[in-house]
Design a protein around this ligand. Structure first.
Ligand code: MN
Length: 205
């Protein structure tokens, strides 16, 4: 079965004013759709790989995926996975603070929510060119890092708790070159319930 573009879990204008409607249309209907279409095209002659769950395909990029399609699968399976997570960890009128075990772990690891946000924003700001800022679980420990292009932490055996897209396509229409302003504003769209759910799932392994 071919991979499919998941519908946005809210309206295209629902994240205003943090993310504008025009950006959401382009980002979901053009960029994410292209990753899905290009992934299916790359796997056309590889039914065994196309049948894998997406996470398994990401983990297999450096091993099972033939070299001829490796770059295409890496970029497009990564793009499909990253964006499928991204839409879900945002919501209308989001923001606020995490709760429960995730909040405690953030306090313990980063000295509080503000310390975590500063570290995460810094990772996004310092990612040269296109990529993602991440909060991951590495052997059960929270860690902030960034990846280039559409690389997923799953490719490195890590669990992505949350990630922010710092490609220019994610923010340029509204924020132009001010990536830092986008990173700061983005916290007002975060769906902490979903991030907390992902954290619990990652801790269970
Ligand atoms: Mn994107």
């Amino acid at each position: 079965m071919a991979f499919e573009l998941p519908p946005l879990p809210y309206a295209y204008n629902a994240l205003e004013p943090v993310i504008d409607e025009a950006t959401m249309h382009l980002h979901h209907e053009k960029h994410h759709a292209a990753y899905v279409n290009n992934l299916n095209a790359a796997l056309k002659e590889h039914a065994d790989l196309a049948a894998l769950p997406l996470d398994d395909l990401l983990r297999a990029v450096q091993t099972k995926v033939p070299e001829a399609i490796r770059t295409a699968v890496r970029n497009n399976a990564g793009g499909h996975s990253n964006h499928s997570m991204f839409w879900k960890i945002m919501k209308p009128a989001g923001g606020g603070a995490p709760s429960g075990a995730l909040a405690q772990d953030i306090d313990k690891t980063f000295g509080g929510l503000d310390g975590f946000k500063a570290k995460f924003n810094d990772a996004g700001l310092k990612r040269f060119g296109s990529g993602w800022a991440w909060l991951v679980l590495k052997k059960g420990q929270l860690e902030v890092l960034s990846t280039a292009n559409q690389d997923s932490p799953i490719m490195d055996g890590l669990y992505p708790v949350m990630g922010n897209d710092v490609w220019e396509h994610a923010y340029y229409l509204k924020y132009q070159n001010r990536r830092g302003d986008y990173l700061t504003a983005w916290w007002n769209a975060v769906n902490w319930d979903e991030v907390g759910r992902r954290y619990e799932a990652g801790k269970r392994g």
